[in-house]
Design a protein. Structure first.
Length: 136
């Protein structure tokens, strides 16, 4: 049975911190959906929860049609949930970097912290997708 490095890293990630971070995103998404007006933020939170469960082999790329509404939404997202989720990613990233095996997971956590700050106007794509090479 051939296990790729991405799969091994994803399993290790899921066990060490991915599940807990995804639960945080789901809780934030449920709260956002309850507040009705923030349902778009809830949808973004659920997308990030799925991305956080299995991040290796996928990446965030900017959507070409994203504009000023995405920017304004990201500012609101940052104030409502993004700051707290980014802090959670940074704390778990630092803890993961304390071990040699955890360093790649910690680096991925720092990248997810950046994604947690401004997720609107971005798509989650496979690293095999040609759009993954044109990240900004």
């Amino acid at each position: 049975m051939l296990v790729t490095v991405k799969t091994l890293l994803n399993i290790l990630w899921l066990v060490l911190c991915g599940l807990w971070l995804a639960i945080g995103y789901v809780v934030a998404g449920v709260v956002m959906c309850i507040l009705i007006i923030t349902i778009p933020f809830g949808v973004a939170s659920f997308r990030l929860a799925a991305f956080t469960l299995w991040p290796f082999g996928r990446t965030l790329v900017p959507r070409p049609d994203a504009g000023a509404p995405s920017f304004i939404g990201n500012v609101l997202w940052f104030l409502l949930a993004g700051l707290w989720m980014a802090i959670a990613h940074i704390v778990t990233g630092i803890l993961l970097c304390l071990t040699i095996i955890g360093i790649p997971l910690g680096v991925a956590d720092f990248k997810l912290a950046a994604a947690a700050i401004a997720p609107l106007g971005k798509d989650i794509v496979s690293t095999d997708d040609p759009r993954a090479f044109y990240r900004s």
